[in-house]
Design a protein around this ligand. Structure first.
Ligand code: DX5
Ligand code: ZN
Length: 232
């Protein structure tokens, strides 16, 4: 039987949005059926790029009722959790890489009453998830190396994605399986077939000349029906 955690969900990443029209673009994504808004936070250390912080979440909180998912690509995410919660974040995605106390971070997020997800980079094996998977609401498999939008989806991550989905099923968890990076009409169906059910997409949504609504409609259409049958 399919559960809520298996339903296809789209998470537009505002990294590719026009920041001068951010509110407008997020409103359009919400109207077009976005399930959550993905906010990429980068510090120039964990990844070689800078992006946005809690003030952006605070502004978005006023213009959308969608959950704000905060992807923490920063060296010490624990230091910033409270600030993002106060700004309006609903969930956090925390990288396994470089976090020596991942369980503590996940527990802190739960104590703050928010959803917790863990993230693995392309070169990180699925096996690192084994002892934390039962504690989290979602797991994100990076399909590019984090730090930049508009990169090519790494096909080499697909077998790992499949293994992550198998782990979730084997352990009978209701945790979501998300992908991030290079997700478009060509790659989303491949990720869906490998077991993903949440799709982060930046440039394929906000960079589409036909507009956000048309892009999201096409992306959703490319996924529906391609999803791996889970918990049948
Ligand atoms: C990359 C970010 C992604 C990024 C995806 O480090 O985590 O969320 O915005 O952008 P696209 O969809 O353009 O690959
Ligand atoms: Zn991201």
């Amino acid at each position: 039987m399919k559960t809520e955690a298996d339903v296809v969900k789209l998470a537009p990443s505002i990294l590719a949005a026009d920041f001068a029209r951010l509110g407008e673009q997020v409103a359009e994504a919400e109207k077009a059926g976005a399930d959550r808004i993905h906010v990429d936070v980068m510090d120039g250390h964990f990844v070689p790029n800078l992006s946005m912080g809690a003030p952006v979440v605070q502004s978005l909180r006023r213009v959308t009722s969608l959950p704000l998912e905060t992807h923490m690509m920063i060296t010490n995410p624990d230091l910033f959790l409270e600030e993002f919660v106060a700004a309006g974040s609903d969930s956090f995605l925390i990288h396994c890489e470089g976090n020596y106390n991942l369980d503590r971070t996940v527990r802190r997020i739960k104590e703050l009453g928010k959803r917790a997800g863990v993230v693995i980079n392309p070169a990180t094996p699925a096996s690192v998830l084994e002892e934390i998977l039962q504690e989290v609401d979602l797991v994100l498999v990076m399909t590019v190396n984090p730090g930049f939008g508009h990169q090519h989806f790494l096909l080499s991550t697909l077998p790992k994605l499949q293994r992550v989905r198998q782990m979730v099923e084997r352990m009978r968890l209701s945790c979501e399986v998300e992908v991030d990076g290079g997700v478009d009409e060509e790659t989303a169906p491949l990720a869906a077939a490998a077991g993903a059910n949440v799709f982060v997409a930046g440039s394929s949504i906000f960079g589409d000349k036909a507009g956000v609504t048309a892009a999201m409609d096409r992306l959703r259409a490319s996924i529906v029906g391609r999803q791996k049958v889970v918990r049948a």
